[in-house]
Design a protein around this ligand. Structure first.
Ligand SMILES: Cc1cc2nc3c(=O)[nH]c(=O)nc-3n(C[C@H](O)[C@H](O)[C@H](O)COP(=O)(O)OP(=O)(O)OC[C@H]3O[C@@H](n4cnc5c(N)ncnc54)[C@H](O)[C@@H]3O)c2cc1C
Length: 316
């Protein structure tokens, strides 16, 4: 495809969500490009869990397979970063290339905001995690803990308790626990330690304890935490989309952002979407995007434009 041709869909982000949308649209014989900077949210993790038939695969292997699959349907994979998404649905890459598209899907994921705790960045994805469903099984019966950030940390501690009978909630950033929370945690035997965690302490390349700001050391083999989410601010600003309270892009139930022809899928729209959910969500949104393209195909055909190219693309 040369620089002046129009893609049916340009997808910004080639993680599970972006590639799932690309698979559906490629198989639907649409001209699709995926621009991907290659930094999926779970890149620090060694395994992806909870993805049916792929449980335990490495994140890199899962995406390699996905890229092979979509490439087989003629989807163009472009390594790089999209810097701007304009209102006319052109996507400007950092190397200056301009991709014009009839529809744009933002599948750019999110960034987790890690706590200001020594060792947090080093341990993230190794023995410091956000999701007990993804990593709890592998950590079963170990000495586990939750770093308290909000009221929902109580719920997270109760969930982590399913995986071990040795669970501690460090209150860290939390407000005082109310009586109801204390009695629920007590009922399941979750210990509560009041105080700020200052450092994650590791020995022999695995977490061994957490250190509080009063100097106390508490044994801990894995720590869970609910990070705040942030989406790439430049994408939000330049595509002129709005964000919701959870830090992700606001969409309607079909994945439409407030900008005509710009959609959002996966973690870009939903911080709680795990890999299989992000992929499934993107499939659903891609169907809606294709429906929108069909409406446009009809309008173009009626207007006597070259819509035939779109309805019956050349065999790939
Ligand atoms: C430590 C950790 C472990 C996890 N483990 C699991 C697990 O075991 N099982 C599970 O189901 N989920 C797990 N998750 C959640 C999982 O990472 C997400 O569900 C998944 O990554 C969401 O897919 P996505 O496609 O929406 O976003 P991502 O996978 O983050 O993909 C987004 C892609 O877009 C690219 N991108 C961003 N901005 C641009 C731009 N401007 N231009 C071009 N490309 C761009 C990024 O580089 C990235 O490649 C884990 C998360 C973390 C943090």
């Amino acid at each position: 495809m040369n620089a002046t041709e129009e893609y049916d869909v340009v997808i910004v982000g080639g993680g599970a969500a972006g590639l799932s949308a690309a698979l559906l649209l490629g198989r639907a014989r649409r001209r699709v490009a995926v621009v991907d900077a290659g930094r999926p949210r779970n890149e620090r993790a060694t395994h992806v869990h909870g993805y049916l038939t792929r449980d335990g695969v490495s994140p890199a292997r899962l995406l390699d397979r996905a890229r092979e699959e979509v490439a087989g349907y003629g989807v163009e994979l472009i390594q790089g970063t999209a810097e701007k998404v304009r209102a006319d649905r052109s996507v400007i890459l950092e190397d200056g290339r301009v991709l014009t598209a009839r529809q744009v899907i933002l599948a750019s994921g999110l960034r987790d905001v890690l706590p200001d705790v020594e060792g947090a960045d080093e341990r993230w994805g190794r023995d410091f995690f956000q999701c007990p469903y993804c990593h709890g099984w592998e950590l079963r019966d170990r000495v586990l803990a939750v770093l308290g950030t909000a009221g929902s940390s109580v719920q997270q501690a109760l969930l982590v308790r399913q995986f071990s009978d040795n669970v501690t909630l460090f209150t860290h950033d939390m407000e005082d626990l109310d009586e109801d929370a204390r009695s629920s945690l007590g009922a399941l035997g979750v210990k509560v330690v009041a105080g700020r965690v200052e450092a994650l302490v590791s020995g022999r390349d695995s977490l061994s304890s957490v250190r509080l700001d009063n100097g106390e050391l508490h044994p801990c083999e894995a720590l869970f935490y609910e990070p705040a989410a942030t989406v790439d601010a430049s994408i939000v600003e330049l595509a002129d989309c709005s964000t919701s309270e959870n830090g992700c892009l606001s969409t309607d139930e079909h994945g439409r952002t407030g900008v005509d022809g710009v959609w959002a899928v996966g973690n870009a729209a939903d911080p709680a979407a795990q890999v299989i959910v992000a992929a499934g969500d993107a499939y659903r949104v891609a169907v809606a995007v294709n429906a929108e393209l069909i409406v446009d195909d009809v309008a173009r055909a009626k207007a006597g434009s070259a819509a035939g190219d779109v309805l019956l693309p050349e065999s790939k």
